[in-house]
Design a protein around this ligand. Structure first.
Ligand code: DX5
Ligand code: ZN
Length: 213
């Protein structure tokens, strides 16, 4: 069970300090938004390059952007260990996944809540992680969508014994993480739950305990 907190709710003026507050995390989840794929703007490649120098933690980049075929490989080149693109935006997801792996990153594909998993069964071996959105992408602090739970279950079944991580993102908290784990998720993004707490590192450990239980 991996906890990968999102820094979207962190203080962007003190990012290095904010990342240091979650040293017990399994990876730092970085949400990149472009005002096009989602109606919000966050941070991009220059900040990821700076983060790379500021921490040895695994960087888990979540690209909520149009044209990931064009922009995603640069995040692998910047030293991110994992790069996630949205299949709704990708023109050639298999080619892109292969390119990410060739550049040394884990290749990961994200699905919005209404995107079915079944049509991607044949390309699972191209991937190191599937990210299932449990809110509509774009903003932190939204309410967890229970309607995604059956898709988490189906995805877990489709993955079989492949060593592919199954990440959930959106509204994950102490209240909802057990449902996600029970459905088959093994990697959990939590943004507001971690950064709105007084002790982010303790919240990371608490969430991991709940997920394992
Ligand atoms: C939402 C982002 C998430 C978000 C999670 O579009 O992809 O990573 O920051 O934040 P919470 O945990 O508050 O839903
Ligand atoms: Zn995210």
């Amino acid at each position: 069970m991996r906890i990968t907190p999102s820094i979207l709710n962190a203080d962007f003026a003190h990012l290095a300090d904010e990342v240091a507050r979650i040293s017990d995390a399994d990876a730092i989840h970085v949400d990149v938004m472009d005002y096009r794929f989602v109606p919000n703007l966050s941070i991009g490649l220059p900040v990821v390059e700076s983060l790379r120098k500021a921490t040895t933690q695994m960087l888990d980049i979540h690209l909520m952007i149009d044209e990931p075929d064009r922009w995603a490989p640069a995040y692998a080149e910047a030293g991110a260990e994992s790069v996630t693109f949205h299949v709704e935006a990708a023109k050639a997801p298999i080619r892109l996944a292969r390119e990410l792996r060739a550049k040394g990153a884990r290749a990961s594909m994200a699905l919005k809540p209404a995107t079915p998993i079944e049509q991607f069964e044949d390309m699972l071996d191209e991937l190191d992680m599937i990210l299932l959105m449990t809110v509509e992408p774009g903003f932190g602090g939204q309410r967890f969508l229970d309607l995604v739970l059956p898709k988490i279950r189906r995805t877990r079944e489709l993955l079989g014994d492949r060593p592919i991580w199954l990440q959930v993102d959106g509204g994950v908290s102490a209240e909802t993480i057990e449902r996600c784990a029970e459905a088959g998720a093994d990697t959990f993004v939590a943004g507001s739950a971690v950064y709105n707490s007084d002790d982010p590192n303790k919240m990371v450990r608490d969430l991991r305990e709940l997920a394992v239980a």
